[in-house]
Design a protein around this ligand. Structure first.
Ligand SMILES: Nc1ncnc2c1ncn2[C@@H]1O[C@H](COP(=O)(O)OP(=O)(O)OP(=O)(O)O)[C@@H](O)[C@H]1O
Length: 670
C-alpha cells in the first residue's frame, strides 16, 4: 500500500476513535500498530475494517491510511498537540515581520462519533476550540492592543476589515445580549468577564450570562509554547456562523439578543470591494476580545444560537455545520525608529464542527429534522467528493504523468467555505499562501459499519482493498483442484510433473479468483459511486430549477416594482403638465378678460387699478345686459301666457276695447 503524502494534500487527515458505549456490538475496525515507532511516526497510521460476520454481500476487507490514527484512550490534550494545531496557530500569527497564513480545523464523522466532543469538549473537558483560544491569548497577551479604550486603534481595526462586517468590543456585545436597553452598562470600563459572580447573577438579566466558573479548565496547556512575532501588535476578533439548509447565518446577531424569534437574514460568501481575490462571509458581526474569558463568553453565546436537536443517534445532535472564526489582526508596532505603526493585516483560523451524516432509520428523525438530515447528508456527500478528489490528486501528483483534476468545491456552501481558500491567490504583487487545513475524522469502531466505512473511504489519504477469506470459495477451488488431480493422466507427464502442474493451476486459479472478486468489489463500489453521482446530478438539476424559479420570481417582482415606479412617475409628470396647462389657460383668460373689459392701451401695461376699473366697467355692462335680457324674458313670458289662455289672449289682443252694446257689459265683467 502506498504511503500517504500529507504535504501535497489540501488537508492532513487524522482519524480519532471514540470509546464506544455499545457493549453488545461487534468491533469492525482494527488499528495496525507500528512495531518500531520512530520520532517521525510515533503514532499508527493505518487501520483495517472488515465487514460484520453476518454480512452476506461478500464485501472486501479494506485498509486505510491517515496522517495519524488516535485510539480510544487518547485525550483532548494529545489530540491538540499531535494534530498539527500548534503550527497552524503559529502560522495564523505569522512569523517575524511576515503576514499570517489562514488555517482550518474541521471534524467529520457519523452522528454521535465525537465531532463536537473533539471541537467543543464536554462539561468536564475542554475541546480544541477552548484550548486554541487559551494558547493564543496566553502568548499574545503582552502584544494585544487596547482596542476598547483607544478609539483611534478601534477605528483603524474597523476600517482595515475587508468583510463589510460590524465590529464591536466584547463588553458592548455582551451588554447588548444580556443587558439590552441598560445604557448605564455601556460606560463600564471593565468587561463582564472581569467582574465577579455578582455581575453574572445580576437580577435584571433576561438571559443569563454563562458562568465562567462552571466551564471546564481541564486539560491544561500551560506548558505548550508557541512562537509570537514580538515586533508586532495584535488584535483578536471572534465571529461565528452556521450553515443551515445550505445558507449562512450569523450566530452573533441581534436574534441572539431578543426573546422574540426574528427572521434570520442569510449572509453571502463573496468577494468584497476590499477583498477582490478572496471570498469572505460578508456582513458578519465580529467581536474584539481582549482576553480568554471574553472569548469564551462570546463562544458560549454563539453556541446557544446554534441548531441542535435530539435524535435517535445523539441526544444533542448538531443540525447545522458550525463555524467559529478567529481573525488575528497584526501590524508592525511603532518604535523609536518607526513613529507610525504599520497597516493591519489579517489571517483567520476557522474551527468547524460539521453536522454528522445519519441514516433516517437509525436516527429516527421526522419532519423538519428529517429534511435537515437530507440537507446535511447532501452537503456531506459533496464534501466526500471533494475529499476523495483531493486525495486522488495528491496520489496522482506523485506518479509520472498523473493528472490533477479540479476539486468540485463550488457545489454547495459547505464545500465552498471549506475549500475556497485552499488554493493560493495572487493580487497584483501580493501573494496569499493557501490555508493550512486539517480534518479530524471521528469514528466509533463498534458503531454503524456502513456509514463509518463510507466516510473512511472518501476521507482516507490512501486505500487498499483485499478479499476476505471465504471458506466456500476455498472449498470450491480445492474441489476443482482435486477433481483435476484425480483425472487419468495423458501418459506424457510424469507423476511429479502432473502434481506441479496441478499446484500451479491451483495457485493460478485462486489468484484469478481473488482478482475477480476484487474486481467485483471495485465494480460494486464504482456502481455505488455512479449512483451517488447520478443522485447529486439530480439534486443539482432540481437546485437549478429552484434557483431558476427564484430568479424568475425576483425578476418578476423587480419588473413589477419598476413598472409601478414608472406609473407613478408618469402620473406625477402628467399632473405637472396639466397644472401647467391650467395655469397657462388661466393666464390667457385673464389677459382676455382684461382686453375685453378694461381700457388697455398699447403703450400702457395695465396695473392693479386699471384692472379694477376694467372689472367695474365690465360689471356695469353686464348689469345693463342683464336688465335688457330680463325685459326680454318678461315679454316672452307674457306672450306665452296669452297663448295659453283665450280670455287673456283676448285681453292681450284687445286690451283697451270695451263692449258698447245694449247690454252695456264689458268683457272684463265676465
Ligand atoms: N472521545 C470521547 N471520549 C468520551 N466521550 C466521547 C468521546 N467522543 C464522543 N463522546 C461522547 O459521545 C456523545 C456524542 O458525541 P458528540 O456529540 O461529540 O457526537 P457528534 O459526532 O458531534 O454528533 P452529531 O453529529 O450528531 O452532532 C457525547 O456525549 C460525547 O461526550
Amino acid at each position: 500500500m502506498e504511503g500517504h503524502k500529507p504535504s501535497t494534500s489540501l488537508f492532513d487527515v487524522y482519524l480519532r476513535l471514540r470509546p464506544s458505549s455499545a457493549i453488545d456490538k461487534e468491533r469492525f475496525l482494527d488499528v495496525e500498530h507500528i512495531e518500531r515507532a520512530t520520532e517521525h511516526t510515533p503514532l499508527p497510521t493505518h487501520i483495517t475494517i472488515h465487514p460484520p460476520a453476518n454480512d452476506n454481500r461478500k464485501r472486501a476487507v479494506e485498509k486505510f491510511a491517515f496522517t495519524s490514527v488516535f485510539e480510544e484512550h487518547v485525550g483532548q490534550r494529545e489530540i491538540f498537540q499531535s494534530t498539527g494545531i500548534v503550527p497552524i496557530v503559529e502560522g495564523v500569527l505569522g512569523g517575524q515581520g511576515r503576514e499570517g497564513r489562514d488555517g482550518l480545523i474541521a471534524t467529520l464523522g457519523v452522528t454521535g462519533s465525537g465531532k463536537s466532543h473533539t471541537i467543543l469538549g464536554s462539561k468536564s473537558q475542554r475541546g480544541i476550540t477552548q484550548l486554541t483560544l487559551d494558547v493564543l491569548f496566553q502568548h499574545t497577551a503582552p502584544y494585544l492592543v487596547e482596542a476598547e479604550t483607544r478609539p483611534t486603534v478601534f477605528q483603524s481595526i474597523c476600517s482595515a476589515d475587508v468583510s463589510e462586517g460590524q465590529i464591536l468590543p466584547a463588553a458592548a456585545f455582551l451588554d447588548s445580549v444580556y443587558f439590552p436597553g441598560d445604557s448605564s452598562r455601556m460606560s463600564r470600563a471593565t468587561t463582564p468577564a472581569m467582574q465577579d459572580t455578582s455581575f453574572l447573577s445580576a437580577p435584571s438579566s433576561k438571559r443569563y450570562i454563562p458562568r465562567l466558573s462552571t466551564m471546564p479548565h481541564y486539560p491544561s496547556i500551560d506548558d505548550v509554547a508557541i512562537e509570537v512575532d514580538g515586533s508586532a501588535e495584535y488584535a483578536i476578533v471572534v465571529s461565528m456562523y452556521e450553515v443551515y439548509n445550505d445558507r449562512i447565518y450569523d450566530l452573533l446577531t441581534a436574534s441572539a439578543t431578543s426573546k422574540a424569534p426574528q427572521k434570520r437574514r442569510a449572509l453571502l460568501f463573496k468577494s468584497t470591494e476590499h477583498s477582490p481575490d478572496r471570498k469572505v462571509v460578508a456582513g458578519l458581526r465580529k467581536v474584539i476580545c481582549a482576553n480568554l474569558e471574553e472569548a469564551l463568553l462570546v463562544l458560549e453565546t454563539g453556541l446557544t444560537e446554534r441548531r441542535v436537536a435530539g435524535t435517535g443517534s445523539n441526544a444533542v445532535s448538531s443540525r447545522s455545520h458550525g463555524f467559529f472564526c478567529l481573525d488575528v489582526k497584526k501590524r508592525r508596532r511603532s518604535s523609536s525608529h518607526v513613529a507610525v505603526p504599520g497597516a493591519w493585516s489579517s489571517s483567520t483560523l476557522t474551527i468547524v464542527d460539521l453536522a454528522g451524516s445519519e441514516r433516517a432509520r437509525t436516527a429516527k428523525t421526522a419532519g423538519a429534522t428529517l429534511a435537515e438530515a437530507g440537507k446535511i447528508n447532501e452537503s456531506l456527500m459533496y464534501l466526500g467528493q471533494c475529499m476523495q478528489m483531493q486525495s486522488d490528486n495528491a496520489r496522482n501528483s506523485t506518479m509520472p504523468g498523473g493528472v490533477e483534476r479540479m476539486v468540485p468545491f463550488r457545489q454547495c456552501k459547505l464545500t465552498e467555505l471549506l475549500f475556497s481558500n485552499s488554493f493560493s491567490t495572487h493580487n497584483g504583487a501580493m501573494h496569499k499562501a493557501r490555508q493550512k487545513s486539517i480534518m479530524i475524522v471521528t469514528a466509533d469502531p463498534l458503531g454503524d459499519f456502513n456509514a463509518t466505512s463510507q466516510i473512511l473511504r472518501y476521507s482516507a489519504l490512501a486505500r487498499e482493498v483485499t478479499v476476505p477469506r471465504i471458506p466456500s470459495v476455498s472449498a470450491t477451488i480445492l474441489a476443482t483442484a482435486s477433481a483435476a488431480h484425480n483425472k487419468p493422466s495423458s501418459g506424457r507427464d510424469t507423476p511429479s510433473a502432473t502434481q506441479d502442474d496441478l499446484d500451479a493451476a491451483h495457485a493460478e486459479l485462486s489468484r484469478l479468483r481473488q482478482e475477480l472478486e476484487v474486481a467485483q468489489v471495485l465494480l460494486e463500489e464504482e456502481t455505488q459511486r455512479r449512483m451517488e453521482a447520478e443522485t447529486s446530478w439530480q439534486v443539482a438539476e432540481s437546485r437549478i430549477e429552484e434557483v431558476e424559479a427564484e430568479i424568475r420570481e425576483e425578476v418578476f417582482a423587480e419588473m413589477e416594482g419598476r413598472l409601478e415606479m414608472e406609473k407613478r412617475r408618469w402620473r406625477a409628470a402628467r399632473d405637472v403638465e396639466m397644472d401647467a396647462q391650467d395655469d397657462h389657460l388661466d393666464r390667457k383668460l385673464e389677459l382676455l378678460s382684461q382686453q375685453m373689459g378694461g381700457e388697455v392701451y398699447e403703450d400702457h401695461i395695465p396695473g392693479k387699478e386699471n384692472v379694477a376699473a376694467a372689472e367695474e366697467g365690465r360689471c356695469a355692462d353686464l348689469e345693463d345686459e342683464n336688465a335688457v335680457l330680463k325685459e326680454k324674458l318678461a315679454n316672452a313670458e307674457r306672450e306665452r301666457e296669452v297663448m295659453r289662455s283665450p280670455s287673456k289672449k283676448m285681453r292681450v289682443l284687445k286690451p283697451s276695447r270695451k263692449w258698447n252694446g245694449s247690454a252695456g257689459v264689458s268683457l272684463d265683467d265676465l
